[in-house]
Design a protein around this ligand. Structure first.
Ligand code: 5AD
Ligand code: SF4
Length: 471
């Protein structure tokens, strides 16, 4: 019996795809191995969002070069975004790789592995099929028993000048409304209580389904499946499945206690989504709202579709509608052409937004993207490094303040397991998605359980709590 090991780089979308790969390989009769050093089949599910993601992958795959040379039965598979975007480079820089499988061809991984018995380099990077559901036959078994990712949409229709995602993941395709709800039902019946809905731009969910229904003849049964609505007759016009409706529907599934989602795009964020978050008790008070820059000039060059002030207004609206909302963001430092004034506008807006935490990134030119060509406007690395540190001070200030504001409160914690550093402490997440270490709680025994903890201390990235009462 063959064993496999899947190594995942990048975002939650990739984590979820890796779960699909695991399901496929298990169905082939393979078993999981403890590490890539001993597995017969090693799958790298790659990311290419920044250059260091590429480099990390090449570093890791090259470690297997010697073993592959002496082990003819071993197979190395490269899947994911780098596989889709840089097929040729993979076989050039790592000729010991056996199979390259792109983001749209995951489902064929088993057949490709079979082909690799007779062919040195096997590759499938064909684009998406146009079936009703791009992930219909690709089941993801959750890695954690109590929480799961649910992909609601693949690809992206935006054209942010820095971003490679549309190239490697293709255009936006929403999964049918009912397929998402059915998947959540099935997860709930297996004991999952927290789901995170995934997409590159979740709040434009359904836009393509509406277009498709206008363009194509779709039977009424399929229409209902696509939009989640029962069609009385084909003549009912233009019913549009909305992300806000999907949030409500998923929150209403029996057994689901927490619903999260990532990521929305600020330009498409509408009040109806905030209303659904506020009205559906299962939707958590947590929002990832990627700002990218606080300079209107840079936001325009990035093609983000909003100005700093508009972003701030939407954020205010979210906080008004959803009590106790935690907000996180993404910011890029050193986008081509960013001046000191632009950067100061970012510092100023970030300070006003008071984020709970911020993921800050150094701009990385990606081949084939618009901004990747703007070499004459690239910013010197030492200037970027200095800006990066200044930004960190501002984001950490609000993060610390937000954490300290929780001290003395009672928080519901979903236990993930024992803390990595101390087995007498259990770690979990609050509804706001803050990490809590609960002292004196057996993390193995309470994994997947909801407990109430009183927060007595706060660090920069986590809270300390003591058990109050079991739920
Ligand atoms: N360089 C740096 N950061 C990037 N991101 C996307 N593309 C790049 C790039 N070329 C960041 C954005 C996005 C997050 C997932 O990664 O901030 O929101
Ligand atoms: Fe995720 Fe983008 Fe990286 Fe692909 S390139 S794994 S979509 S972050």
């Amino acid at each position: 019996m063959k064993s496999f090991y899947v190594k995942t780089f990048g975002c939650q979308m990739n984590e979820n795809d890796s779960e699909r790969i695991v399901t496929i390989l298990r169905r082939q009769g393979m078993t999981p191995a403890a590490s890539e050093e001993i597995a017969d089949v090693v799958v790298f599910n790659t990311c290419t969002i920044r250059e260091n993601a590429d480099n990390r992958f090449f570093g890791q795959v090259n470690k297997l070069r010697e073993r592959r040379a002496v082990d003819p039965g071993m197979r190395i598979v490269v899947a994911g975004c780098l596989a889709q975007g840089e097929q040729a480079a993979i076989f050039e820089r790592a000729p010991h790789v056996d199979v390259v499988v792109g983001t749209h061809a995951l489902g064929s991984i088993a057949q490709l592995l079979e082909r690799s018995d007779g062919e040195r380099h096997v590759i499938d990077v064909t684009e998406a099929s146009d079936g009703l559901d791009p992930l219909a036959d690709l089941v993801a078994e959750p890695t954690d028993g109590h929480k799961a990712w649910v992909t609601i949409q693949t690809g992206c229709d935006n054209n942010c000048a820095f971003c490679i995602v549309p190239q490697v993941r293709g255009g936006e395709v929403s999964r049918p409304f009912q397929a998402v709800v059915d998947e959540v039902r099935s997860l709930a019946s297996q004991g999952v209580t927290e789901v995170t809905l995934l997409g590159q731009n979740v709040n434009s969910y359904g836009r393509d389904l509406t277009r498709r229904m206008r363009r194509e003849e779709i039977e009424s049964g399929d229409r209902g499946f696509l939009t989640g609505q029962v069609y009385v007759s084909d003549s009912i016009p233009r019913i549009r499945p909305l992300f806000a409706d999907l949030l409500r529907a998923v929150g209403a599934v029996d057994g689901i206690r927490r619903v999260r989602f990532t990521s929305p795009h600020p330009k498409d964020m509408r009040e109806e989504t905030f209303q659904a978050m506020a009205e559906s008790p299962m939707v958590c008070e947590s929002l990832h709202f990627p700002l990218q820059s606080g300079s209107d000039r840079i936001l325009a060059a990035m093609h983000r579709g909003y100005r700093g002030e508009r972003f701030f207004e939407k954020l205010q609206l979210a906080r008004e509608i959803i009590p106790d909302l935690a907000v996180t963001t993404d910011i890029i430092v050193g986008f081509p052409g960013e001046t000191e004034d632009d950067f100061e506008a970012t510092l100023e807006l970030v300070a006003r937004c008071e984020f709970d935490s911020a993921f800050t990134f150094i701009y990385s030119p990606r081949p084939g993207t618009e901004a990747g060509e703007w070499r004459d406007r690239f910013i010197a690395p030492e200037v970027i490094a200095e800006r990066f540190e200044r930004l960190k001070l501002v984001t950490e200030r609000s993060a610390a303040a937000k954490h300290h504001a929780r001290v003395g409160r009672i928080e519901e914690v979903l236990v993930d397991g024992p803390s990595k550093r101390d087995a007498t402490v259990a770690s979990g997440r609050t509804r706001q998605n803050k990490l809590v270490h609960v002292a004196g709680l057996d993390g193995d025994r309470y994994r997947g359980e909801y407990v109430n903890a009183r927060i007595f201390d706060a660090g920069a990235h986590f809270l300390h709590g003591e058990l109050l009462a079991r739920d």
